[in-house]
Design a protein around this ligand. Structure first.
Ligand SMILES: NC(=O)N[C@@H](CC(=O)O)C(=O)O
Ligand SMILES: [Zn+2]
Ligand SMILES: [Zn+2]
Length: 349
């Protein structure tokens, strides 16, 4: 069957662009399709100050094709020494879109993150006042908590108390992976929203071990049981304005994933929209696709919706293309590839 749909040009509300040769390799991939992206600050060293942020934005601009109109929306990495005045300045100048909270040790390049949440209260106060959203990697780091429970426990131990202390703070629970996450966000007031990744709509934890260990299905938070995947698909396709696409496209050199202690992170930028279109098609919810990819995100971030559109077409499965991305002199990055054929492709962007 051939079908075609036109949707408002998508934005990516959670993206890792990295730096150096990797930035040069991956920035054009996202910029070819997405209009804007929330750029994650977990570089080494992290993006801690407005000076770092502006310098990084300059390096991103330099990595884009000349005619590109892609707009990186910049974030700061929250540490226990972040200066509240820096938040106020960033909000006033318009350079700062959001602040990212990594519990220290929770994920890739999170060592400089927060250990003691009481030490960031003054910053959160300032963000609440200035209307700057807090983006959270929602997993506890307590080694006693099973890795598959860390998101649900984070809601009880960290997120719920934090939202009680700062009821006016706007929060995005990034890359939710559980039915608890979907329910918590779905029932909350309008100050809480969530991003969902393509991979968490497509794979469950069993897929990570299908036929052997599959490093390119490993990201954090790790994929959960099938009932959680189903809950995420329901949330994404529900039409609720609280859920929107954040690809969490997170490239690592393949040598650093295909080894004895592989990095967490899935590079999906080239296939994110075809993957999501397929999920919505399977759920009989193509009429809700545009809300998830293109209008719910701007709604939460109080930004205008994009004016341009893109066209997607359902094609014969073998027409789908999976190109490895060359990350320059250092090597290759493997693109996320679901085990079943991809049936949607982008025909006009
Ligand atoms: N998602 C991941 O598994 N990895 C991300 C970090 C993150 O988003 O947690 C990365 O930077 O590689
Ligand atoms: Zn994360
Ligand atoms: Zn991420």
């Amino acid at each position: 069957m051939t079908a075609e749909i036109e949707i408002i040009r998508p934005d990516d509300w959670h993206l890792h662009l990295r730096d150096g040769a990797m930035l040069a390799a991956v920035a054009p991939v996202s910029a070819a399709l997405f209009s804007r992206a929330i750029v994650m600050p977990n570089l080494v060293p992290p993006v801690r100050t407005l000076e770092d942020l502006r310098a990084y934005r300059g390096r991103i601009a330099a990595a884009l094709p000349k005619a590109s109109r892609f707009r990186p929306l910049m974030t700061l990495y929250l540490t226990e020494t972040t200066d509240p005045a820096e938040i106020a300045r960033g909000a006033a100048s318009g350079d700062l879109t959001a602040v990212k909270l990594y519990p220290a040790g929770a994920t890739t390049n999170s060592d400089a993150g927060v250990k003691d949440f009481s030490r960031v209260h003054a910053v959160l106060e300032k963000m609440q006042e200035a209307g700057v959203p807090l983006l959270v990697h929602g997993e506890v780091t307590d080694p006693e908590v099973d890795i598959f429970d860390r998101e649900a426990v984070f809601i009880d131990r960290v997120l719920e108390p934090l939202r009680r202390d700062f009821p006016g703070l706007r929060v995005v629970m990034e890359h939710i992976t559980t039915k608890e996450g979907a329910a918590y966000v779905g029932e909350a007031d309008g100050n809480l929203a969530a991003t969902i990744t393509p991979q968490h709509l497509i794979i469950n934890r069993t897929d990570i071990f299908k036929g052997g260990i599959r490093p390119h299905f490993y990201c954090l938070p790790i994929a959960k049981r099938e009932d959680h995947r189903q809950a995420l698909r329901k949330a994404a396709t529900s039409g609720s304005a609280k859920f929107f696409l954040g690809t969490d496209s997170a490239p690592h050199l393949s040598a650093l994933k295909e080894c004895a202690c592989g990095c967490a992170g899935i590079f999906n930028a080239p296939v994110a929209i075809p993957c999501v279109a397929q999920v919505f098609d399977e759920e009989g919810a193509l009429d809700k696709l545009e809300a998830f990819t293109s209008t719910n995100g701007p709604g939460f971030y109080r930004l205008p919706v994009n004016e341009e559109t893109i066209t997607l077409r359902k094609v014969a499965p073998d027409e789908a293309i999976f190109c490895p991305v060359d990350a320059g002199e250092d090597g290759r990055v493997v693109v996320f590839r679901p085990d079943r054929p991809l049936e949607w492709s982008i025909v006009a962007a």
